[in-house]
Design a protein around this ligand. Structure first.
Ligand SMILES: Cc1cc2nc3c(=O)[nH]c(=O)nc-3n(C[C@H](O)[C@H](O)[C@H](O)COP(=O)(O)OP(=O)(O)OC[C@H]3O[C@@H](n4cnc5c(N)ncnc54)[C@H](O)[C@@H]3O)c2cc1C
Length: 400
């Protein structure tokens, strides 16, 4: 889609592009190109480069390190990041916890936690979901009791289990929802705690996903002692904090810039891959139709997101409409990986035999396409499943 940007915005795009060309870590780029599995230090190397430039947290208040960019500039920035296949900045600290600390944190909590989040010195994870509490989050059972220690000081004693905790294996800290009043109505007895993952009693166990990845974990909390001052906002008022955080979790959930980039790659694959009838797959009428349908849906999604951006510039925050972005954006992400796998067929399987290090079994562009297909099944589940988003639209947008 061709959009008209102002000369100032075009100048910003050039500035962003020049910075990315110079500052994106070379070692990280090389590892991405070799198709290697990325770990904590890889993600942090990019975080550190952005923090140094002052661009790691564009949406933060300017006095805390935000950039003060307009919604259009943020849109351009996302576009430029996708253009170079930049790894994402982990959202847990920068885009999820930080906004709630600005809103609900004490001065001491802001001083203690925000600078290391900005500089990428402490990795955070999100401890909301439990085996019996996902969509129905208020059903959570992890218990925190106030106990008096030998020195007379009070602390919380936390017991329970969290699950699907993304990258808990790298986390220094986690923000957790716990039940502090078991007798209150489900949403009324919850508190929001910041827990040091090195505290005795915290155990992280990996859950291996369909693609063989190690992204998510079970987290067990056995008699974990948490200082009272690590509670954010009032006791039993954690649901208010949790809800505010979820609205931030859902921003950028449409993933338009990355999907545009994935569509470009899909077209390149279809141009290189032979079809059964001879000639490139891109010349096959059936396959072309599927790509065209996808491109039309993606363009419609981009326009919808731009309309919402325009509203945001006029001071209207994202409402329940962001559920539409979540549903369409996640479905498009899945279709992109489905078509890429359809194009490369069996070559999309990585060779995981000993010593092969994820080597592609066919052309380089086919590498890990099957893994990506399986991994992307998650997008319609996390961040509030698509069925739950439809319920939100039914109630809040359509008034049903
Ligand atoms: C890759 C990945 C990473 C994640 N990372 C984190 C993380 O870091 N931290 C964290 O706390 N959580 C995380 N989650 C958990 C995620 O938030 C939950 O999986 C999600 O909320 C769904 O909950 P559930 O898995 O318990 O499914 P359930 O709630 O049991 O749902 C099962 C099915 O029933 C449907 N359903 C449930 N209720 C309704 C309803 N009322 N109406 C219609 N349909 C319904 C759902 O849509 C779904 O299809 C992650 C999940 C995934 C897949």
């Amino acid at each position: 889609m061709n959009l008209d940007f102002s000369p100032e915005d075009e100048a910003f795009r050039l500035e962003a592009r020049a910075f990315l060309a110079e500052a994106y870590p070379t070692e990280l780029r090389a590892r991405q190109e070799r198709g290697e599995t990325l770990g904590r230090e890889d993600f942090l190397s990019w975080h550190h480069a952005l923090a140094k430039k002052g661009w790691v947290a564009p949406s933060w208040p300017v006095e805390f390190g935000g950039t003060g960019w307009t919604p259009t500039q943020k849109y351009i920035w996302k576009d430029e990041l996708a253009r170079i296949d930049a790894v994402r900045i982990m959202p847990f600290g920068v885009t999820m916890l930080a906004p709630v600390l600005f809103m609900f944190g004490t001065e001491a909590q802001k001083q203690r936690f925000l600078p290391p989040i900005y500089r990428g010195e402490e990795w955070w994870c999100q401890g909301y979901s439990e085996p019996g509490a996902g969509s129905d989050l208020a059903n959570l059972r992890t218990r925190a009791e106030r106990i008096k220690g030998e020195d007379g000081a009070e602390y919380y004693l936390v017991n329970g289990q969290k699950t699907w905790t993304t990258y808990a294996q790298y986390a220094d800290w986690g923000f957790f929802l716990v039940r502090t009043d078991p007798d209150a109505k489900p949403q009324a007895g919850i508190s929001f705690l910041l827990i040091d993952m090195k505290t005795p009693g915290v155990t992280v166990r990996p859950i291996v996903t369909l693609d063989g990845g190690r992204e998510v974990n079970d987290v067990f909390l056995d008699n974990v002692k948490v200082p009272i001052e690590n509670r954010v906002f009032e006791e039993n008022q954690g649901w208010t904090v949790a809800k505010a955080l979820l609205t931030h979790e859902r921003t950028d959930i449409a993933g338009v810039a990355n999907s545009k980039r994935a569509l470009e790659k899909l077209k390149a694959i279809a141009a290189a891959e032979p079809s059964d009838a001879g000639g490139p797959l891109l010349g096959d009428a059936q396959f072309r139709r599927k790509i065209a349908e996808l491109e039309i849906d993606l363009t419609a999604l981009e326009y919808t997101e731009l309309r919402m951006l325009a509203e945001e510039s006029r001071g209207k925050g994202p409402g329940a409409e962001s559920s539409i972005l979540k549903i369409k954006g996640s479905e498009i992400q899945q279709r992109l990986t489905e078509l890429a796998l359809e194009a490369v067929g069996a070559n999309g399987a990585a060779d995981r035999s000993e010593g092969a290090h994820n080597q592609p079994v066919g052309p380089d562009y086919a590498r890990d396409r099957a893994a990506l297909y399986f991994n992307t099944r998650k997008t319609t589940i996390y961040g509030g499943s698509n069925e739950i988003q439809r319920n939100i639209i039914a109630k809040a947008v359509l008034g049903l």
